[in-house]
Design a protein around this ligand. Structure first.
Ligand code: ARG
Length: 454
């Protein structure tokens, strides 16, 4: 492609070192779409005839069909997807193919291809995240009566509906969807027409190309357009957060599926056994997802690091953008699909949940509220109940087993109705503030998500 000024062949070592076709072949569909749109602008500018355009379009379509069928021969010596396709086109249709790269550089071409690829990816991710949300909502709805201990510091804190816990993740994945959609806005800008760095003396109608490729806007600075990958960083950052959310959910699933908790039963289809210990049923989906989240975070850091020292504008370093981008997308795509499928076959264990939530200590804060409602300042009430908890420790009993005299020895404000506070169901009924897990609120949130997710 640049033989004019060179007298030596490229070293085989360099060819192997610099090729990107082994991974950027995945951009073929977008490369072809971009070239077809570019040829429309070439024709409009009178640089190719209608017949030449038709040859280009037909030639590229035929190449696309072969790539799709897996019969196209990729050549390492042609370095990347752009040169492989262009060289093959020219081999097939001659001069019309050789005119295609007029007023275009691989620098604006690759920026275009990545943007087109990522734009499609955003739409696919939105669908996958939606499916993940649906599986969480469905699981919560199937066990809408089930209450579990909520935890802080992994210590039993207060009772919550199982569904409320799952809906917390639905909210997180909604923000992930919003972030992906937001990144999509900045991905969705046409860079083609920026040339290598400074556009071209041959002026093409960039807005025509934008319309052909469904871009609502075109980049306004040719140097910016070929030199930044901030839009890809944004998507990798959004994916890193998806990974973090999946990893935390994984941790909950692993705990819940343990013999100690037993809140959740995973199906055989989404667990593995041990080659040694016959009794084992391991939550590998969740463990792998927790593990893979490290890679997805690493990919974000990798791309940021690649970009941070680069002088303007395009530098070959930027070819290193693709592998982290592809890896994060592939990893999250599979993780979301497998996780959603696993949750669809998962079951809560209402018996184990009920046993855990029967712990009266979960209602210690409710007892403090009891005193507050009778005029005791909260800090004082907190101390009184703390002493009640200590008394339980001494008497080796539960808060429900202290006598009224015990309670009154701690504060004269206690009356016989204190024992009415110590019912989980009643405690749940009282949690009526917006966002809190009263049964009415949780039912309303389940209904809201069911209708929002369709
Ligand atoms: N394969 C290259 C990349 O992915 C395409 C752009 C190459 N441009 C150049 N001037 N070498 O970044």
């Amino acid at each position: 492609m640049w033989k004019g000024r060179f007298q030596q062949e490229t070293s085989a070592l360099l060819q192997q070192y610099s090729e990107s076709i082994s991974f950027d072949w995945r951009l073929w569909r977008h490369d072809i779409a971009g070239s077809i749109a570019h040829s429309a602008a070439l024709q409009k500018a009178g640089l190719i005839t209608a017949e030449e355009r038709a040859k280009i379009v037909d030639g590229l379509s035929a190449i696309g069909a072969e790539i799709e069928a897996g019969t196209f021969q990729w050549k390492t010596e042609l370095e990347d997807v752009h040169m492989n396709i262009e060289a093959e086109l020219t081999k097939r249709i001659g001069d019309a193919g050789a005119k295609l790269h007029t007023a275009r550089s691989r620098n604006d071409q690759v920026a275009l291809d990545i943007r087109l690829f990522l734009r499609d990816t955003c739409d696919e991710l939105d669908a996958l995240l939606t499916e993940m949300q649906r599986s969480l909502v469905d699981l919560g709805a199937r066990y809408r009566e089930v209450i579990i201990p909520g935890y802080t510091h992994l210590q039993r804190a207060q009772p919550v509906y199982f569904a409320h816990h799952l809906l917390a993740y639905v909210e997180m994945f909604q923000r992930d969807r919003d972030r992906v959609q937001d990144a999509r806005k900045r991905i969705n800008v046409l860079p083609l027409g920026s040339g290598a760095i400074a556009g071209s003396t041959i002026v093409l109608d960039r807005e025509l190309v934008a319309r052909e490729l469904n871009f609502p806007a075109v980049t306004q600075n040719s140097m910016d357009a070929v030199s930044d990958r901030d839009f890809a960083v944004e998507l990798l950052a959004a994916l890193a957060l998806v990974a973090v959310h999946l990893s935390r959910l994984s941790e909950d699933v692993i705990l819940w599926a343990s013999s100690e908790f037993q809140y959740l039963k995973l199906s055989d289809a989404f667990t593995t056994g041990s080659s040694l210990m016959p009794q084992k049923k391991n939550p590998d989906v969740a463990e792998l997802t927790r593990g893979k989240s490290g890679r997805v975070i690493g990919n974000l850091v990798s791309l940021l690091t690649t970009l941070k020292g680069l002088p303007m504008t395009y530098n070959r370093d930027m070819q290193e953008d693709k592998e982290p981008v592809f890896d994060s997308i592939d990893t999250i795509r599979t993780a979301l699909a497998v996780f959603a499928a696993m949750l669809r076959e998962a079951h809560a264990n209402p018996v184990a949940c009920a046993a855990a939530v029967a712990d009266p200590m979960l209602l210690a804060t409710d007892l403090a509220d009891y005193l507050v409602n009778r005029g005791i300042p909260f800090r004082k009430a907190h101390e009184v109940i703390g002493r009640a908890v200590a008394l339980c420790g001494e008497k080796k009993c539960e808060l429900t087993q202290l006598t009224l005299a015990d309670y009154q020895s701690l504060s004269p404000v206690f009356q016989a109705d204190v024992f009415e506070m110590l019912h989980v169901q009643k405690s749940m009924e009282a949690r009526k503030a917006i966002g809190a897990p009263s049964p009415q609120n949780v039912a309303a949130q389940l209904a809201r998500w069911q209708s929002a997710l369709g």
